[in-house]
Ligand binder design. Structure first.
Ligand code: HEC
Length: 93
């Protein structure tokens, strides 16, 4: 395959990833620990973020900021065990 063929393939792969639907993501990830808890609490205001958006060490701070939004907006608040499961999902994936 020549270089332009490879670039087209890379492009298709990237498009494929970004167009992953929520259902496809569920199929791939619903058996991972914490995924369903994260989905339940973290898609109340926006779509569920992807773990690679932040390095593992940053997630506790992101989740704390989100919990203050949850409090202000009177949305469903994860309890401490659920918070741990959510952070575990984002840190380990
Ligand atoms: C009450 C509504 C609400 C809920 C529920 C919520 N978020 Fe957010 N989220 C926001 C708002 C508003 C922003 C944009 C402002 C900001 O980034 O501070 C945001 C932005 C983000 C971003 C992009 C900005 C960044 O720091 O990368 C991430 C990642 C994120 N949220 C993760 C989460 C996670 C993880 C959860 C579950 C624990 C969650 N959110 C639940 C309201 C919410």
């Amino acid at each position: 395959m020549n270089l332009s063929g490879i670039m087209i393939l890379v492009g298709l792969l990237l498009v494929g990833c970004s167009k992953q639907t929520a259902a496809q993501r569920d199929a791939l990830e619903s058996t991972k620990p914490g995924y369903l808890v994260a989905k339940n609490y973290c898609s109340q205001c926006h779509s569920l973020p992807f773990p690679d958006q932040h390095p593992p060490a940053a997630w506790p701070y992101v989740v704390s900021r989100m919990q203050s939004y949850i409090e202000t907006a009177h949305r469903r608040m994860p309890d401490p065990a659920q918070r741990k499961a959510i952070i575990g999902y984002f840190e380990k994936n």
